[in-house]
Design a protein around this ligand. Structure first.
Ligand code: 6CS
Length: 342
C-alpha cells in the first residue's frame, strides 16, 4: 500500500472512530431537569445555577432549571420529582411536612440561634442534618443532597407589633405544614396556610394581615409593598432542601453520582457566601423603595414573651412525630450544643 492510500485508510478509520465517539457521547450526555421554588437571582436560583455550572463544566451533561411558576407550586414540583418527571427538586421543609412530618422540626420556634456563623457551623456539622435527614427522605424515594439556610425569618404585618397580644386577631400566612400553624397559634395569631402563589394577593386584599419570610424574599417578592411593618422576632431560619429522585440517582454511574455530590457541595459553599450580608442589602433596598416601611427589632424582654410559648410547639412536634421525632430533636439539640460550645 502506498503512503497516500495508507493515509486515506487511517483518515477513514479515525473519522469512523470520531463519529462513533461523538455518538457515544451524545448517548451518555443527558439533560437533567431541576425545579425550585423561587425567582431569578433568589437564593434557590443561585444554588441551582451553581449546580448547573459545575455539572456542565465537569461533564457532558446539561441541567435545565425551572423556576417558580414554570411547573406549578412547590407541591407540584415535588410530585413531579417523585414521579420521575423531574430529576432534581429544591423543596423547603415548610412544604414537606405532610410527606415527612419530622421535617417540621425547623418550625419549633427559638430552636436555631439567630447568629449566622453558628447556624452555618450547625448545617456543616450536624448529624441530624447530614445523616438522619437523608434517611427520612430516602423512605420517600428521595436522595437528599443538601439542606441549607436561606435567611432569618422576619414577620411582616399591617401594624407594628412587639408582643403576642399584638398578634391577636391577625391572620398570618404560614407555609402549608401543620406545626408552623401551631407556632403562630402559640404566638397568639390566627395561622392561615397558603401556597406561595396566593400570598401577595391575600395581603393586598387584607384577607390576611401578615406573613413570615427572610428579608431577601420580602424584598424580591415585593411583600413590603403590601405588608410594610417588619418585625424581627428572632424565632427561626428559613431552611430549604435540595434532592434527587432516588431511582434516577441510584441508576447513575459511580462517576455521575460523584459529579452530582460534588456539584451539590460546590453550590452549597457558594450559597453560604451568597447569603452572607444578603439580608442587610435587601433591607437597605426595601428602605430605599418605601417610606411606609417600619422595622421593629424586639429586645430580649419582648422576645422572651414569644420564647415562653415555644415548649408547647415542641410538645406538639413530638406528638406529631412520635419516638423518631423525639430522637431527631434530641440529636438536633446535641448538634446545636456542640457548635455553640466551639
Ligand atoms: O414563603 C414561601 O412560600 C417562599 N419563601 C421562600 C423564601 N422561598 C420559597 C417559598 O415558596
Amino acid at each position: 500500500m502506498n503512503s497516500l492510500s495508507k493515509f486515506r485508510k487511517l483518515a477513514g478509520i479515525s473519522a469512523m472512530a470520531f463519529a462513533a465517539m461523538t455518538a457515544a457521547n451524545s448517548i451518555s450526555a443527558a439533560e437533567w431537569r431541576y425545579a425550585h421554588e423561587e425567582y431569578e437571582g433568589d437564593v434557590q436560583d443561585v444554588f441551582a445555577y451553581k449546580f448547573k455550572e459545575y455539572v456542565e463544566e465537569n461533564s457532558e451533561h446539561s441541567v435545565k432549571v425551572y423556576r417558580f411558576g414554570e411547573l406549578g407550586e412547590s407541591d407540584d414540583i415535588m410530585e413531579q420529582t417523585q414521579a420521575g418527571i423531574l430529576n432534581f427538586v429544591n423543596q423547603s421543609p415548610g412544604f414537606t411536612g405532610s410527606l415527612i412530618p419530622e421535617a417540621q422540626i425547623f418550625f419549633i420556634p427559638y430552636l436555631l440561634p439567630t447568629d449566622m456563623d453558628t447556624v452555618v457551623k450547625f448545617f456543616n456539622q450536624s448529624k441530624a442534618i447530614n445523616e438522619d435527614f437523608p434517611e427520612l427522605y430516602s423512605e420517600n424515594g428521595l436522595e437528599l443532597l443538601k439542606m441549607y439556610p436561606e435567611g432569618e425569618m422576619v414577620v411582616t404585618l399591617d401594624e407594628k407589633a412587639t408582643s403576642p397580644e399584638d398578634f391577636n386577631n391577625k391572620k398570618i400566612r404560614v407555609m402549608t405544614n401543620p406545626l408552623l400553624s401551631e407556632t403562630y397559634d402559640a404566638f397568639g395569631a390566627t395561622p392561615t396556610p397558603l401556597p406561595w402563589g396566593e400570598v401577595y394577593g391575600a395581603l393586598q386584599t387584607n384577607m390576611i394581615q401578615g406573613q413570615e419570610n427572610p428579608i431577601f424574599w420580602i424584598e424580591s417578592g415585593g411583600l413590603y409593598e403590601v405588608s410594610p411593618n417588619l418585625i424581627f422576632t428572632g424565632h427561626g431560619w428559613f431552611t430549604t432542601a435540595m434532592m434527587a429522585n432516588q431511582d434516577f440517582y441510584n441508576g447513575l454511574s459511580d462517576d455521575d453520582k460523584q459529579l452530582v455530590r460534588d456539584a451539590s457541595d460546590h453550590a452549597y459553599e457558594e450559597i453560604l457566601e451568597h447569603i452572607d450580608g444578603l439580608a442587610d442589602e435587601a433591607l437597605a433596598k426595601i428602605q430605599e423603595g418605601s417610606d411606609e416601611v417600619t422595622v421593629t427589632r424586639l429586645n430580649e424582654e419582648q422576645i422572651e414573651t414569644f420564647r415562653q410559648r415555644a415548649p408547647q410547639v415542641e410538645a406538639k412536634f413530638i406528638e406529631m412525630t412520635g419516638d423518631r421525632g423525639k430522637e431527631l430533636l434530641e440529636q438536633f439539640k446535641a448538634d446545636l450544643e456542640a457548635v455553640q460550645g466551639e
